[in-house]
Design a protein around this ligand. Structure first.
Ligand code: HEM
Length: 556
């Protein structure tokens, strides 16, 4: 049997086709003849001078050959590129990695993410590719997890396979030392030791509750000194968490006018901001190319170095006066622990310094920013502030300093603190994790060394769990009877093997310090509360609140 292509065309159509092709070939022959005749005629001086003067048309042989060569070369390059892309695509798909947008050589998918708001780009890509997808940020392969199920699987169910730490080039100096940026063999030991020591220092009399209460007195005194005048809360309110962690680490507190403390705090603050800007997102993915260029990454690196120089100095001072029978603080305990491991590689004074720097920076800037953002939110919603005043008056009264036990009787304050942390979404994309071995996840291969990002904003802003995630509503954490309502989606401190070491301390600070401030003061905004803009000024490593000033007016 003949295939449809082999069948002859219908008769009439066939004749027409033959006629048409005969006419066409006649026309072509005539045109060719005309061209040849023209070419054999004596030169037309007018036409030729026009051709000579025209920049793009040349009658000269060698130039024509060059043009032909150029076109051939361009075609060749185009074909080779297509070939390479197709080979790259085949290799890529044969790995069975999670799906994702097609990466370009060198830049990867960086053109597909908004450097001003990478978490938003992740959410957009998750809509297209699903809750587990692959991206190339530069040449770095990154697997992003979006949503409760995927994030929980990585952080809690498969915690060993994903407990590594992805590189953050801005903190290269701290790499494989301390806790946060440590992806080396000492991480487990130092983390375990730090957790137990922080817990020991946090418990009992002279524990964290008393430490925070003591600092709350100094903070209230400093707030009173403003006498109702406008002030920037950044370093004034931030001093309280800074002093709490300084007391634990170094057995010292700084006066509110201490220059050294102000210098350290401003470096913490500057780094948290710069790390959230587009340039640092670029730097952290292309540091190999960008490190030699000028730019704000140099400021971050200089601050990181100066902070470590300070903690190294503190470690050395402690070492000189150390009495092993009577450790004074976390630093003494850490030095003694390092001594036990002396001779083992990695247990160095540098490692002590980086551990202290980690705890000092993380212990100050996170809580300080949360308090500052929280006060701005409360100024925007005076009706919420009013409810808090009432609850404080009912449970604590006007003079006794707030205590941890009050939390059980203060569901509204508890809900507000949770809602502040949910709404501000301080570290939206978490810190990068890394796969410690080749592993499978939801049917996909995740090769060892792949950077894994278990996003936290995808839980905090889940619209099934929180009815109106874009709105600040303490009701997200309250049941119908006004009782505190727990949510398993509340994970601003992450979860699993790398969960924040300071979670307990931070939560205690937020509750006690906010309660103490509102017990004694009314917050007063310098602008109409409705005009307060809560949108962050930078989104990257963190979400940075806008700069603002406020007044605090004594309540009695
Ligand atoms: C509101 C306050 C805080 C928030 C929102 C917060 C959040 C986080 C997050 C999201 C991580 C990354 C977890 C991961 O990789 O999965 C982290 C790690 C860490 N945080 Fe916090 N944190 C806060 C306060 C603190 C405080 C007060 C300290 C110190 C006392 C601290 C010390 C650390 C350390 C050492 C790590 C690294 C853990 C590791 O890599 O093993 N944080 N934090």
């Amino acid at each position: 049997m003949q295939s449809p292509e082999q069948l002859p065309p219908p008769k009439q159509g066939r004749l027409l086709a033959q006629e048409n092709s005969a006419v066409d070939s006649q026309n072509v022959k005539q045109q060719l003849r005309r061209v040849l005749e023209a070419a054999s005629k004596p030169e037309d001086p007018v036409l030729n001078s026009h051709l000579r003067d025209h920049p793009h048309v040349s009658a000269e042989g060698p130039r024509g050959t060059m043009a032909a060569l150029g076109i051939t070369l361009a075609l060749l390059v185009w074909m080779v590129t297509l070939l390479l892309i197709s080979i790259w695509k085949q290799i890529h798909s044969s790995w069975n990695l999670p799906p994702g947008p097609f990466p370009l050589p060198i830049v990867g998918n960086v053109l597909q993410v908004d450097l001003k708001d990478i978490p938003k780009s992740f959410a957009r890509l998750a809509e297209r590719f699903g809750p587990v997808f692959t991206l190339y940020l530069g040449t770095r392969r990154v697997v992003v997890l979006h949503g409760y199920k995927a994030v929980k699987e990585v952080l809690l169910n498969r915690k060993n396979e994903f407990s590594g730490r992805g590189k953050i080039p801005a903190f290269q100096m701290y790499e494989d030392k301390g806790i946060i940026f440590n992806n080396g063999p000492t991480w487990k030991d130092i983390r375990r030791f730090s957790l137990t020591t922080l817990r020991d220092y946090g418990m009992g009399k002279q524990g964290n509750e008393e430490r925070i209460q003591r600092e709350a007195h100094f903070l209230l005194e400093e707030l009173r000194k403003t006498r109702g005048q406008p002030f920037d809360p950044t370093f004034l309110v931030g001093r309280a968490p800074c002093n709490v962690i300084a007391d634990i680490l170094f057995n010292r507190r700084f006066n509110y006018d201490d220059k050294k403390c102000l210098r350290l705090m401003s470096m913490f603050n500057e780094n948290f901001y710069l790390l959230s800007t587009p340039w640092l997102q670029l730097y952290n993915n292309f540091s190999g190319y960008l490190r030699y260029l000028p730019g704000s990454h140099r400021k971050v690196l200089a601050n990181v170095s100066e902070i470590k120089a300070y903690t190294l100095e503190m470690a050395k001072e402690h070492l000189q006066s150390l009495d092993p029978s009577c450790p004074r603080d976390f630093t003494d305990c850490l030095l003694m622990e390092m001594e036990k491991h002396s001779g083992e590689s990695g247990y160095t004074l540098e490692n002590v310094a980086v551990t202290l720097a980690d705890l000092f920076f993380a212990g100050t800037e996170t809580t300080s920013t949360t308090l500052r953002y929280g006060l701005l939110i409360l100024m925007k919603y005076p009706e919420i502030e009013e409810k808090l005043h009432k609850e404080i008056d009912r449970v604590i009264g006007p003079s006794r300093i707030p205590a941890v036990k009050d939390r059980l009787e203060m569901p509204y304050m508890d809900a507000v603190v949770h809602e502040i942390q949910r709404f501000i979404d301080l570290i939206p994309s978490n810190l990068p994790h890394e796969a410690t071995q080749d592993t499978m996840l939801q049917g996909y291969v995740i090769p060892k060394g792949t950077v894994v990002i278990p996003t936290l904003d995808s839980l905090l802003y889940d619209d099934q769990e929180f009815s109106d995630p874009g709105q600040f509503k303490p009701e997200h954490f309250l049941d119908g009877n006004g009782k505190f309502k727990y949510s398993d989606y509340f994970k601003p401190f992450s979860a699993g093997k790398r969960v924040c070491v300071g979670e307990g301390l931070a939560r205690m600070e937020l509750f006690l310090l906010l309660s103490a401030i509102l017990q004694h003061f009314n917050l007063k905004s310098l602008v109409d509360p409705r005009d307060i803009d809560l949108r962050p000024i930078a989104i990257g490593f963190g979400r940075i609140p806008p700069h603002y000033k406020l007044c605090v007016i004594p309540r009695s």
